[in-house]
Design a protein around this ligand. Structure first.
Ligand SMILES: Nc1ncnc2c1ncn2[C@@H]1O[C@H](COP(=O)(O)OP(=O)(O)OP(=O)(O)O)[C@@H](O)[C@H]1O
Length: 714
């Protein structure tokens, strides 16, 4: 087992022998490995820089943070270095993996209270340390609580951690979404409100529920619904009836964490003093016993992967079976954002809910609001009150008297922002330089900028591993992602050249949401890799319908169309359009058509005829609408109304052409929508007429019958 001693680990990948895969996240695969010079088992997290949504500053920040950590409950990195297009982070191996893995394998309904208490207490100690040193973890969840064989608990994954002392762009980035939706505090989900370390306390509360039930609250729902539920619903908690087995103090502690007003949530320090944690058993007693009879971690991970693969295969099953399965899929927690609208809708469609349509509407509304938000520049900087100022924190730390992360960051803050590529700086901070391989590529570098020779070396190194690092192995989270990932992998494999031989992970369509927080992430020329969906995995410039790329998410005109919420969008029948249409003219009193004296026997055939005509008109309108859309699409691609996507050498021109084309497409879409609304109005008017006539007919036939009866009676 790896010790955390002051030994130096080299930055030479040949000194590491990667063994089995023991975990995977949105952007990284973690291996059990041996550090050959010490013959020591360690873990190596291979962060795929090609797939990583974060820019290099963020990645470096994670690595730096981890290397400076000095707390028994926080995972430290021994060193990190770049190998080809991967960042390797060397850290202690936590032989029992994450609490999430453990639950998925052996405790699907959650752990007993004493184990939860110990896990949470250790996690809280980690948070207290991080917060005291100016860090927000931002991704507290069972998947990031790591366990060692002796029961030791450590908080891992600084993929999205933020320094509270940041200023400028980095500080503003906290006004954006970062994290994972089920665990995200309401203030994190509400763009622009700003958040602070109390967001971690909320996540801890959600993690408590996750550990108690085996899944996070709302985890069966698609991301957008989770967002809405977190913002709109009362906070989740331990239920008096359902959770009888849990103590009152546990329930109370959870309730304290899950207060929507962040100012009313306790600090980690205060929470540690809560009665729930008073009698916490040492994890060596309460946690260690949990994995007494389990197979080694890598076997468990393999089993979970096989289960996921089986789910993927079953995706091709009839929908009812799929739905049943997808329920279990969601139980693992929606651990990543995906702003591919089609995928959101697919996910939404898999949820058994009576108010599905309403939900999807809500999601679209939220998406619209979200899109609007994204369009606006982030105007207000961070909500100052909640973020301690550098100087106040510094003095607080001086009083604590530690050589801390915060101190380091304060001293080097500017360096971190502006000159992190300085290799001396890296060396100084444990990020060792390797003459040939470990220098970080410049900020703008991409996979393509790396020498081909270098790139082709990595697979060789990786093929020597016994882990399942093979092309076609799908490593991302959900089965739907995996389905698409495998599609992509197939396509990639068909491509000529060295691509087919490269060991690649399929693209992630998920991951911690990092929205427009970095300038580099907001432009087409930014070194941001596709991650918004299968379509995005193709060459961006070849996407005719690309409207915008915002960070890792792309918006296509198709999406915009959906988002704009055409009244026809969800309905198969005209009747439903009418329900949805807000353009229904106000009901006018029926005009006197002078038909009062006409016998029903004469009127009847006319009315039937009229009814038929209306139905025919109705069908006609539907057909016209669809052919109109088709012909518009055809026209635009054939007659040159819209500028064809050119492929000049200059990327700027391509972008300009694409954006011009997209603007025109959007105009077309609006026109079509306007026409559809008019046609719907006409149809509504026709229907109204028909209804009025029918009423009249009924009235008349009643009159006729009455008359006949009276005649008979007399
Ligand atoms: N040091 C370690 N020892 C053993 N297993 C680990 C270690 N670090 C991570 N893991 C396993 O690998 C998984 C993924 O690691 P990690 O969370 O760091 O990746 P990520 O890509 O940052 O994930 P996320 O989806 O949370 O962003 C963890 O859930 C855990 O199961």
């Amino acid at each position: 087992m790896a010790g955390g001693g002051p030994r130096n680990y080299s930055a030479n990948p040949n000194d590491y022998k990667l063994l089995e895969e023991v975990g995977y996240g949105a952007s990284a695969t973690v291996y059990r490995a041996i550090y050959l010079p010490f013959n020591e088992v360690i873990a190596v997290k291979c962060l795929d820089l090609d797939r990583c949504n974060s820019n290099l500053d963020d990645i470096r920040r994670e690595a730096q943070t981890m290397s400076l950590i000095d707390h028994p409950n926080v995972i430290k990195s021994f060193c990190s270095f770049v190998v080809d297009s991967y960042l390797w982070v060397v850290m202690p191996f936590m032989a029992e993996g994450s609490c999430l893995h453990l639950m998925k394998i052996a405790y699907p309904d959650g752990f007993e209270e004493s184990a939860i208490c110990s896990m949470l207490k250790e996690t809280l100690k980690a948070l207290e340390y991080l917060h005291r040193h100016g860090h927000i973890h931002r991704d507290v969840k069972a998947g990031n609580i790591l366990l060692d064989t002796n029961g030791i608990v450590k908080l891992g994954d600084f993929g999205v951690s933020a320094c509270m002392f940041d200023s400028g762009d980095r500080q503003r980035s906290r006004n954006t979404f970062v994290g994972t939706p089920c665990w995200m505090a309401p203030e994190v989900l509400q763009p622009g409100t700003g958040y602070d370390f109390k967001a971690d306390i909320w996540s801890l509360g959600i993690t408590a529920l996750e550990l108690a039930h085996g899944h996070a609250p709302f985890s069966k729902y698609p991301p957008m619904k989770v967002l809405l539920m977190t913002i709109q619903n009362a906070p989740p908690g331990l239920d008096y009836d359902r959770d009888k087995k849990f103590s009152k103090s546990f329930k109370e502690m959870v309730a304290m964490c899950l207060v929507k007003d962040q100012n009313k949530r306790p600090t980690a320090e205060k929470l540690l003093k809560h009665s729930f944690f008073k009698n916490a058993k040492p994890p060596e007693l309460s946690v260690k016993k949990l994995f007494a009879d389990l197979p080694p971690l890598w076997h468990r991970v393999k089993a979970l992967q096989l289960k996921d693969a089986a789910q993927l295969a079953l995706k091709k099953m009839p929908s009812s079976e799929q739905e049943a399965l997808s329920q279990s899929e969601y139980q693992r927690g929606v651990s990543a954002w995906n702003f591919d609208l089609e995928d959101l809708k697919l996910q939404a469609s898999l949820v058994h809910d009576d108010d599905d349509i309403q939900e999807i509407k809500e999601e679209d509304e939220a998406m619209k609001a979200y899109m609007n938000y994204k369009e606006k520049p982030i105007a207000s900087p961070y909500a100052g009150k909640q973020i301690p100022r550098k100087d106040s924190i510094a003095s607080e730390q001086e009083s604590v008297g530690e050589v801390s992360l915060a101190e380091y960051e304060i001293k080097n803050g500017k360096d971190l922002e502006s000159s992190q590529l300085d290799s001396d700086h890296w060396e100084k901070n444990g990020l060792k330089k390797n003459a040939s391989k470990t220098e970080l590529p410049p900020l703008t570098s991409e996979k393509d900028a790396l020498p081909v020779k270098n790139r082709t070396q990595t697979p060789k190194a990786r093929q020597s591993q016994s882990g399942p690092l093979m092309a076609g192995v799908v490593l991302s989270h959900s089965a739907s992602e995996r389905a698409r990932n495998s599609e992509r992998t197939e396509i990639e494999n068909q491509q000529p050249g060295d691509k087919a031989h490269q060991v690649r992970r399929a693209p992630s369509f998920s991951g911690p949401l990092m929205l427009p927080n970095r300038a580099s992430g907001n432009s087409l020329s930014a070194p941001i890799k596709s991650s918004g969906g299968f379509k995005d995995s193709l060459d961006d410039k070849s996407k005719p319908n690309l409207v915008q790329i915002k960070g890792r998410f792309s918006v296509t005109s198709e999406n915009v169309d959906l988002v704009k919420g055409s009244p026809l969008r969800k309905s198969a029948s005209v009747g439903e359009w009418l329900v949805e249409s807000k353009q229904t003219p106000s009901c006018q009193p029926p005009k006197d058509l002078g038909l009062n004296n006409v016998p029903a026997s004469i009127l009847m055939p006319h009315l039937q005829n009229l009814f038929q005509q209306t139905s025919i008109q109705q069908d006609l309108i539907v057909n016209l609408l669809s052919s109109l859309q088709l012909s518009e699409a055809g026209d635009s691609s054939q007659n040159g109304k819209l500028p064809p996507v050119q492929r000049p050498e200059n990327n700027g021109t391509v972008e300009a052409a694409v954006s011009e084309r997209e603007k025109l497409l959007l105009v077309k879409i609006s026109e079509l929508q306007a026409r559809m609304i008019n046609l719907t109005d006409e149809l509504t008017a026709e229907k109204l007429k028909y209804w009025q006539l029918q009423q009249r007919l009924n009235a008349m036939s009643n009159c006729g019958e009455d008359g006949d009866r009276r005649e008979l009676e007399s």
